[in-house]
Design a protein around this ligand. Structure first.
Ligand SMILES: NC(=O)C1=CN([C@@H]2O[C@H](COP(=O)(O)OP(=O)(O)OC[C@H]3O[C@@H](n4cnc5c(N)ncnc54)[C@H](OP(=O)(O)O)[C@@H]3O)[C@@H](O)[C@H]2O)[C@H](O)CC1
Ligand SMILES: [K+]
Length: 495
């Protein structure tokens, strides 16, 4: 019996596991029995003083879990009232209703009051369209009554694949799901609509809970095995030299923050590649970070003969006008020709709007990491961004394939995706991480991990995790400077 705490299973994958388990002799009703018992246990644990449990039961197996939960709650002495839709004849849900045969009232009669707990067992993994009619009206009524909702598997109306509502949906205080989380539990707005998520063990053997696709929560086992600690003979060059391209005089701070974050994250050396007019301004600020005056492509190409320059960050404060964009493309191409690693962020991403083929060629040549926020993603991958059928994970995977690059699709639910389909969703970034300059710091962290030899997908996952950890360490009121100060190198083994 097991729970998979890290991989994400789309509802279709979970249904396939369910079917395979039953075909292999596991009892479907046993799964439902344990699912319903886990829901009842969560209700008793978190709402021990509830006056009534209003259990809303749908026509499928989600409703079946609701009937089982209702039976257990009633046996525990809770006043239970059931409302719902007829269970499909011959289904496990009909069996569950048969084991607790009392009245199931029409949904239109459900009137939640203060002190009630609503258990939402209307629709779970089987939801495939917008909820309408009596169900939609009831959802509005429950949400307006501000009574707590405990969702079974998922709040009804939320897609387990995308995390987006298909129409009206419940806002749950807690959700009990089974065996593993679905993308809808971690992608926004699903994560917020689910409330606190509990994953219950309902009896699948561990060997059956292997994800069909390498999609998971961002967790240390993804990247820590790829971290090489400095050996006793380490010197600054063996720990990697990171270069950050600086923008003009007026916007040099962004590159500086990326550079300082890179040093804190363990790069041996960090240099700013600065246009001559901005050198003095940068010199007035930096100490451990070094500088190189780069007045154009030729100077850069000459400097690239130094093989110790391991990775480059291009974009923070670089300049968004046409001349700067052309320069950004030329510099990125030079870094690619020299076979170095590259992080494209901010203006470095916007420079490739309408230049998708060039971007793909760079990604095909070198390890390339793109770090777009929503607006940059829209500019760079316009048709993908608008495709409402895709989840954020699917959009990031498609963008990674298109750019031949690791894509860090930023947000409160940052998704890191690779062209080969690997993807990870970061779930522990605090809200206060959304502050000016935060993205520049993230680029610096990823760059620092790249120069230390981490492969690009793992470096991106680790950078995103370090970024969130630094923000949690500092707490609210964070500025990008505070964030840099709160960065700590990765531990060499999982905590
Ligand atoms: N392995 C597990 O994790 C287990 C999960 N369990 C529970 O089972 C549900 C999934 O059950 P399923 O029967 O597949 O699906 P639902 O109960 O979510 O939906 C049932 C049917 O509802 C209809 N439907 C779908 N969307 C709508 C809508 N918007 N409006 C109206 N009706 C809708 C649809 O049937 P149609 O014939 O009408 O198309 C669905 O088939 C899972 O979430 C868990 O709670 C097991 O109990 C244990 C194993
Ligand atoms: K539900």
């Amino acid at each position: 019996m097991a729970v998979n705490h890290t991989d994400l299973f789309p509802p279709s994958a979970m249904q396939a596991i369910d079917a395979a388990a039953i075909a292999n002799g596991l009892c479907g009703r046993g799964l439902m029995e344990r699912a319903g018992a886990a829901v009842a246990a969560a209700a008793l644990r978190h709402w021990p003083e509830m006056k009534r449990a209003l259990v809303l039961c749908g026509p499928g197996n989600n409703g079946g879990d609701g009937h089982v939960a209702a039976r257990h709650l009633s046996a525990a002495g809770v006043k239970v009232e059931r409302f719902g839709l007829a269970a499909k004849a011959g289904s496990d849900a009909a069996w569950a209703l048969g084991r607790f045969p009392g009245a199931v009232a029409d949904l239109a009669l459900c009137r939640p009051e203060a002190g009630d707990l609503v258990i939402d067992a209307l629709f779970g993994a089987g939801l495939d369209r917008a909820l309408e009619g009596d169900v939609a009206v009831l959802i509005e009524r429950v949400n307006a009554a501000a009574v707590p909702v405990l969702a079974v598997d998922l709040p009804s109306g939320v897609s387990g694949r995308t995390g987006r509502p298909t129409g009206p949906c419940f806002t749950a205080e807690r959700t009990v799901t089974f065996a593993a989380q679905k993308p809808g539990h971690v992608l926004l707005p699903g994560r917020a609509l689910c409330g606190a998520v509990e994953v219950a063990d309902i009896g699948f053997p561990a060997r059956m809970l292997t994800a069909p696709a390498p999609v998971s929560i961002n967790h240390p086992a993804l990247y820590l095995p790829h971290l090489r600690g400095p050996d006793a003979a380490a010197h600054k060059y063996s720990r990697g030299h990171l270069v950050v391209f600086s923008g003009p005089l007026i916007s040099g701070g962004a590159a500086r923050m990326a550079a300082e974050a890179g040093l804190k994250a363990g790069a041996g050396l960090v240099s700013l590649a600065t246009p001559p007019a901005a050198v003095m301004a940068q010199a007035a600020h930096v100490t451990a970070v070094m500088q190189r005056s780069i007045d154009g492509l030729e100077t850069l190409e000459g400097w690239l003969d130094d093989r110790r320059l391991a990775a480059f960050i291009l974009g923070p404060g670089f300049g968004a006008d046409a001349t700067s964009a052309a320069r950004a493309r030329a510099y990125a191409a030079a870094v690619a020709s020299a076979g170095r690693r590259l992080v494209l962020d901010a203006d470095g991403l916007s420079a490739f709007t309408g230049h998708g083929e060039t971007l793909h060629a760079i990604g095909a040549a070198i390890p390339l990491v793109l770090t777009p926020h929503e607006g940059e993603f829209r500019r760079l991958f316009a048709p993908l961004a608008e495709d409402k059928t895709l989840s954020k994970i699917e959009r990031a995977q498609a963008a990674a394939a298109r750019g031949a690059a690791i894509v860090v699709y930023k947000g409160a639910d940052t998704v890191i995706a690779a062209p080969d389909g690997r993807a990870a969703v970061n779930v522990d970034a605090p809200a206060w991480l959304a502050t000016a300059g935060s993205g520049d710091v993230l680029a610096g962290l990823i760059g620092a991990l790249l120069v230390q030899g981490m492969p690009a997908f793992e470096a991106a996952c680790a950078g995103v995790a370090m970024h969130a950890a630094a923000a949690r360490r500092h707490g609210p009121g964070l500025t990008a400077e505070d964030l840099i100060a709160a960065v700590r190198p990765l531990p060499l083994t999982a905590a």
